[in-house]
Design a protein around this ligand. Structure first.
Ligand SMILES: C[S@@+](CC[C@H](N)C(=O)[O-])C[C@H]1O[C@@H](n2cnc3c(N)ncnc32)[C@H](O)[C@@H]1O
Length: 242
């Protein structure tokens, strides 16, 4: 039998992926049937009114609204923040501020989410909606290329959520290992990329970057990881004791 890690390099494209064409699906929800995702969300921590508002405004005004993690993954982020007793959270990729607010909502009053965003308009959008929430004061956004922001940061962070440009995923992961607390957890979003990670024949640059990240994490002796089939795929990574 082929060992799991070897299969990362050899799995052919599944028939359902081929039928949908090389671009795959357009919505991260494609991997899980909508009814199942909605059922799971109903059974999970409720979405706050402020997060609902951000999601509605994002879908009304933005070109790629599906980039917000949404209620089920938002609930997952909350559970992870609570599970590690997070006080300091780092997020790479703010967009309209949904996931940052979801995490801030479960932090203690002296907790903080530092979130990195390259686009000043997105950061301003997010700020407008965070200001409508009691928890918004816990969120601090740094505008600029996240790698530059991260280079100047001092750890430790209890939870780090990576959800930005795929080309830099391996760079973000490597820097994150320096910044995460020994008791913390790293989460990386979109690591199944609507199933395109199975395309080993002619992957586009973003797919190739995610495939590389998945290989790096799967073979990293410094960490223990599980790739969850939650929404578009979420890596949950625990640093090993040093
Ligand atoms: C998928 S969205 C983040 C969604 C957000 N986490 C949520 O669920 O509400 C990715 C964001 O990363 C930002 N981004 C892309 N490249 C970046 C970079 N080099 N540095 C910082 N942010 C970047 C994009 O502008 C975009 O807003």
């Amino acid at each position: 039998m082929t060992p799991p890690r070897a299969r990362l390099y050899t799995t052919p494209m599944p028939s359902w992926f081929k039928k949908r064409g090389a671009s795959g699906g357009t919505s991260p929800g494609d991997l899980v049937p909508t009814e199942i995702e909605e059922y799971a969300a109903v059974c999970s921590a409720a979405e706050s009114d402020a997060c609902k508002l951000i999601r509605a405004e994002t879908y009304r005004t933005q070109d790629c609204p599906q980039m917000v993690v949404g209620p089920l993954e938002g609930a997952f982020l909350k559970v992870m923040a609570l599970a590690v007793g997070a006080k300091r959270v780092l997020e790479i990729g703010t967009f309209t501020g949904y996931s940052a607010l979801a995490m801030a909502e479960v932090l203690p009053d002296d907790g903080a989410v530092l979130t990195c965003e390259i686009d000043a308009d997105s950061a301003a959008f997010a700020r407008r909606y965070w200001d409508k929430s009691l928890h918004g004061k816990k969120i601090h956004v740094r505008v600029g290329p996240a790698l530059e922001t991260m280079a100047a940061l001092k750890g430790p962070f209890d939870l780090i959520f990576i959800d930005a440009d795929k080309a830099n995923y391996v760079n973000y992961y490597r820097r994150t290992l320096d910044l995460i607390s020994p008791t913390g957890v790293i989460l990386i979003d979109n690591v199944l990329w609507s199933g395109r990670v199975l395309n080993t024949h002619d992957p586009d640059p973003s797919t190739a970057a995610i495939q590389e990240l998945n290989r790096v994490v799967a073979s990293d002796p410094r960490a223990t990881a599980a790739l969850l089939t939650l929404r578009d795929g979420v890596f949950v990574i625990k640093p090993n004791p040093r």
